[in-house]
Design a protein around this ligand. Sequence first.
Ligand code: FES
Length: 143
Amino acid sequence: MAGKIFVCTTCNRYAHAPPGEPTPGQKLAEAMIAIEGGRRGPVAIRTVVCLNNCPKPCAAALRQPGKYVIRFSGLSAGDAPALLEIAERYAASMDGDVPLRDFPEHLRCKVSDRIPPVRGVVPPVSEHGLVHDPVPALPGFAP
Ligand code: FES
């Protein structure tokens, strides 16, 4: 399954762009799309309205099922080539746990989250095809 890089186009939510002007997040997404030029690289570019990293704009995150989620903060349109470079390494990796030394140097300090994939948790499926939450309810809380 292909990976995606999500770019927040709301950033910077604390410094509104003048009417008609793209936000810094939109500029970052546009720069990445311009570089890609429809070449259909291994990681698709998607835009989102927030990546929960609002105090440190701009934000983007790499995500692929079964792989680490890697979120970046403090980005600008100038980071577009480096983001696409690391996106290719991420797509080629087994689990997305790309060593920091393999990141473009100026992106290393912009990694704000590395969230491991869930392993070994397969939700049980009933005979009716319903998927049950594998996490037991806490005592005192109804399931
Ligand atoms: S507005 Fe961009 S991360 Fe929240």
